[in-house]
Design a protein around this ligand. Structure first.
Ligand code: MLT
Ligand code: ZN
Length: 465
């Protein structure tokens, strides 16, 4: 295969990196590079010319030093489970793999924090922490496959964010390597701290465009001793949306308030999961947790009463097996919807909670107008909806795209945001102009160039040109 001059330049840089950190860490066989061209966004793949498998901070720094020196783009990659194209090497170049950097450096029970490398699988980390009686709540519903570093890069949220907040609330400090190879620590190890600008806040959610994390200091909580899971079914999603408003207005703070519409429930049923009885028009999956089982039980009873005012049925999933199967079905939903339809474009918008019923109604209407189906599930407590535009006839591709466009219009009209948790990446880069002013975009371009003056770190992402 004939290689382009750009690829030759990348290969020259990769060879130089290999000389510095060991050639065994360089991948340049095109067949072996295929998995690093895509993520879980469904966007078209773009192959890198080389990948570097870093095992420590020195490897990361050396890669960024050589790449800057030779003008080669670098795309950092956790475990490639992102949904907005953040890990796709849009301009080719080098993919910097951090999955081998997966050690837990320290769990400090007394200070309730952990220091961890970015490649660790989230579930492995959560289990290690829970074995110490502690708790790390963020979970973007892919905990068995996503990397903690990727969660930090995307500021991942997930079902428990309603009570516990998103990744940003847990990151105290970051060891970071910058384009050019400089390394530094940003943030702190203490619970409080306001020294200097909040650089950690800029780095968390920067989608791999500002720096590459080599260690993360995260805050931990005490593990809740008890959890109660409720499943409420409704005649339609608008009634479920109203029940979310009732629940929020009650002052109860469930850890989870997930909504699933009629079509999602049907797809789950068709896949053989069948954890939800009957054929309801919508469901809410609600969890309450805490340190005192009697208190959690009393709160669950109250939540059940509130839901019962609008629900057709409220069930308590008391045995762990039932809870597990509910969650297994919920976690698989994105994949199941993709398998059930020829066309799927999914979104992760966030809207004010009070607008959920109206937004769900308008999504359904705009879908009907375009001849496609809009099916929603998501983290209703946060107003964070995964709206999926679905169609079966390949001739509807254009209509599907138009429906997604309309949908973002509705979200912005009610004061929402185009991304509640999946990030902008490549998927919503142009759409960001619809939410943010030219001045704000220009400010972010200047911030990016302060970290990465030549624009070589994860180019083609987040801020439109
Ligand atoms: C989820 O909530 O399941 C994740 O954000 C993934 C998704 O649905 O797209
Ligand atoms: Zn989600």
């Amino acid at each position: 295969m004939k290689r382009s001059a750009a690829d030759e330049r990348v290969l020259g840089a990769a060879a130089e990196i290999g000389r510095r950190i060991g050639s065994g860490k360089v991948i340049d066989d095109p067949d072996l590079l295929v998995p690093y061209g895509a993520d879980e966004s469904g966007l078209p793949a773009s192959l890198p010319a080389a990948a570097i498998r870093a095992v420590d901070a020195a490897d990361v720094a050396a890669t960024l030093a050589v790449a800057a020196d030779r003008g080669v783009p670098v795309t950092p990659r956790g475990r490639g489970t992102g949904k907005s194209g953040g890990a796709i090497p849009a301009r080719g170049g080098i993919v910097l793999l951090t999955e081998r950097m997966d050690r837990i450096v320290e769990i400090d029970r007394e200070e309730r924090l952990a220091i961890v490398e970015p490649g660790i699988v989230l579930q492995t980390f959560q289990e290690a922490v829970e074995a110490e009686g502690l708790f790390y709540p963020p979970d973007p519903a892919s905990l068995d496959s996503c990397a903690l570093g990727g969660n930090v890069a995307e500021n991942a949220g997930g079902p428990r964010a309603f009570k516990y907040g998103v990744t940003r609330e847990y990151v105290l400090g970051l060891d970071v390597a910058l384009m050019g190879g400089a390394t530094t620590f940003a943030g702190r190890r203490t619970r409080k701290g306001v020294a200097g600008y909040d650089v950690v806040a800029a780095l968390v959610g920067s989608e791999g465009t500002l720096g590459v994390f080599t260690r993360v200091v995260v805050r931990l909580r005490v593990r809740p001793a008890a959890t109660q899971t409720l499943l409420a079914t409704f005649g339609d999603e608008v009634a479920a949306g109203e029940a979310v408003r009732d629940l929020l207005g009650s002052g109860l703070v469930p850890s989870v308030i997930e909504i699933l519409d009629r079509h999602c429930l049907e797809v789950i049923r068709r896949a053989g999961h069948n954890p939800i009885p009957g054929e309801p028009g919508a469901a809410l999956l609600v969890e309450l947790d805490g340190r005192r089982p009697e208190r959690v039980e009393a709160d669950a009873e109250e939540a059940g009463e509130i839901l019962g005012r609008r629900a057709t049925e409220v069930l308590v999933a008391s045995e762990p097996g039932r809870r597990r199967s509910l969650w297994a079905a919920r976690r698989e939903l994105s994949t199941l919807l993709g398998k059930a339809h020829a066309g799927k474009l999914s979104d992760d918008v966030a809207v004010p909670c009070k607008s959920i019923p109206a937004v769900l109604r308008r999504f359904a209407e705009l879908g009907r107008r375009r001849g496609v189906l809009v099916s929603c599930y998501g983290h209703a407590g946060d107003g964070n909806l995964h709206a999926n535009v679905l169609w079966d006839d390949p001739g509807l591709d254009v209509a599907g795209r138009a429906a997604l466009d309309d949908l973002l219009g509705v979200v912005l009209e009610v004061g929402g945001t185009i991304s509640g948790e999946h990030g902008i990446g490549m998927a919503k880069r142009e759409a960001l102009r619809r939410e943010q002013s030219p001045e704000l975009l220009a400010l972010q371009r200047r911030l990016k160039s302060a970290f990465d003056p030549s624009g070589l770190l994860n180019p083609g992402k987040v801020i439109p040109e």
